[in-house]
Design a protein around this ligand. Structure first.
Ligand code: PLP
Length: 478
């Protein structure tokens, strides 16, 4: 695609928007400028391609399409059927899955669809069976009461939040933690790694209906073959949430025991993190769960977003190209180079390194909380997010960690030597920041002291580093 086509498309779109509400057009332009300027190390973010972005701004947004391909509750869905089928087909081919459901609006929604499918498949409930065969009107009040009782309090075993698990894997701030009777497995305090014997022991004791693997902040690979064996040994359904590392699976960096698709009963993901698609979610499964998964809308999801499904089809087609495998490998190589650069300068890393796309720095090694470190880095033009570390004494709000990831910078084209420079910039800021105090002189977990001149120098160095790797070089907004 030529430079002119992309620039023309975005310029024209902004011109049309500006004629109605110029402040929105300005904000869109400002967002691109900000993204171009910042050293984005947020592990869950990326930059979708112009084709993916453009696929979302069109008439599909106006269409209601509850139901599934060919079985809609609305008329006139033939074109939605086309894009939904394309997205599902690309997803199946890319991941080697028997079934793909591409409607979830986000990762959380994909997990809700999976929970529903597993409950409907596994919970012994005559009332539910009746409801499933659409004899809903035949259900008595007693049936409904029994159904609610039977679906509630089912057991889920997932990775603990401070070990890197996600809220939706059974934690209190999410409905999964209120609906399920949940236990979690952590990581070995000495190594920071998943201890499969401990997971097996927890599974034997707790006998979960669902064993969940997958993470938001664990910097290592998980052996899904072993996890499946554990699930099988206690009769649990094995679910993997690959939201963070789907791009590494798509790019065949995670294969064999580390590819969740052949091992899990059901796999959920987001499409916007390392997979580099539009914001959204997806569920992959075998034929046994397909029917329940396809009930996602209207069971737990609002109407599908056909414009986003169109963009998913585009992004998944991109991920099937050979250069995506190269991209995925570079993500991991860059994370490794970043970790090495930090370690060499004395940073303390959870698990001592990484073998995926993310690195978790324990900033207590710099005498800081995650909150102080995050803000000091931000002042210096480096965008990260704070994150708990295992057994974090500062809890989930202040934290002791900074999570960084390489999918976005790798998309811009930065490589190993720029990762080393990034490590140098981060280490400079973190080692020169000191904890601040409250007005009454007590230590603060949020306040910090950083020389503004140093922050400015680092910001300048970060922007010089990025200047060699323009973001969306084919897009000139004029
Ligand atoms: N699952 C995991 C493992 C995640 O890390 C996240 C998001 O950070 C989600 C699910 C939720 O994704 P979304 O924000 O799209 O709902």
């Amino acid at each position: 695609m030529s430079l002119n086509a992309e620039s023309t498309a975005f310029r024209s779109a902004l011109e049309v928007i500006r004629a109605v509400e110029p402040r929105v057009a300005d904000a869109i332009g400002a967002e691109l400028a900000d993204q171009r300027e910042s050293l984005k190390l947020i592990a869950s973010e990326n930059y979708a391609s112009p084709a993916t972005l453009l696929a979302m701004g069109n008439w599909f947004s106006d269409k209601y399409a509850e139901g599934t391909i060919g079985r809609r509750f609305y008329a006139g869905c033939q074109n939605v059927d086309t894009v939904e089928a394309l997205a599902a087909e690309h997803a199946k081919e890319l991941f080697g899955a028997a079934h793909a459901y591409v409607q979830p609006h986000s990762g959380i929604d994909a997990n809700l669809v999976a929970f529903w499918a597993i409950l409907a498949d596994r919970v012994e409930s005559p009332a539910l069976k009746k409801a499933q065969v659409r004899q809903v009107n035949d259900l008595t009040e007693a049936d409904w009461f029994a159904l609610r009782r039977e679906l509630g309090n089912q057991r889920m075993l997932g990775m603990s939040l401070d070990a890197g698990g996600h809220l939706t894997h059974g934690f209190r701030p999410n409905i999964s933690g209120k609906m399920f009777d949940q236990r979690s497995y952590g990581t070995d305090p000495a190594t920071g790694l998943v201890d499969y014997d401990k997971v097996a022991e927890a599974a034997r004791e707790f006998k979960p209906l669902i064993l969940v693997a997958g993470y938001s902040a664990y910097p290592r690979k998980v052996n899904f073959r072993i996890m499946r064996e554990i699930a099988d040994s206690v009769g649990a359904t094995f679910m993997v949430d690959m939201a963070h590392f789907a791009g590494l699976v798509a790019g065949k960096v995670f294969t064999g025991d580390f590819d969740p698709v052949p091992h899990a009963h059901i796999v959920t993901t987001t499409t916007h993190k390392s997979l580099r698609g539009p914001r959204g979610g997806m569920v992959l499964c075998g034929p046994e769960l397909a029917d329940q998964v396809d009930r996602g809308c209207p069971m737990v999801l609002g109407g599908p977003l056909p414009h986003v499904m169109a963009a998913k089809a585009v992004a998944l087609a991109e991920a099937r190209r050979p250069d995506f495998a190269d991209y995925a490998q570079r993500i991991v190589d860059n994370a490794h180079a970043l970790a090495e650069g930090l370690l060499r300068r004395g940073a303390k890393l959870v698990t001592g390194g990484t073998d995926n796309h993310l690195v978790l720095i324990d900033v207590s090694g710099y005498g800081l909380t995650g909150r102080q470190a995050e803000q000091a880095l931000l002042d210096s033009g480096i965008v990260t997010n704070r994150n708990a570390v295992p057994q974090d004494p500062n809890g989930a709000w202040y934290t002791s960690g900074i999570r960084i990831g390489t999918p976005a910078l790798t998309t811009r084209g930065l490589g190993a030597s720029e990762m080393d420079t990034t490590a140098e910039l981060m280490h400079t800021v973190l080692s020169q920041t000191t904890p601040g105090a409250n007005a009454d002189g007590t230590p603060s977990k949020a306040k910090y002291v950083l020389d503004p001149a140093l922050a400015e120098t680092v910001s300048k160095q970060a922007s010089d580093l990025l200047a060699g790797f323009p973001l969306y070089p084919s897009v000139d907004l004029g």
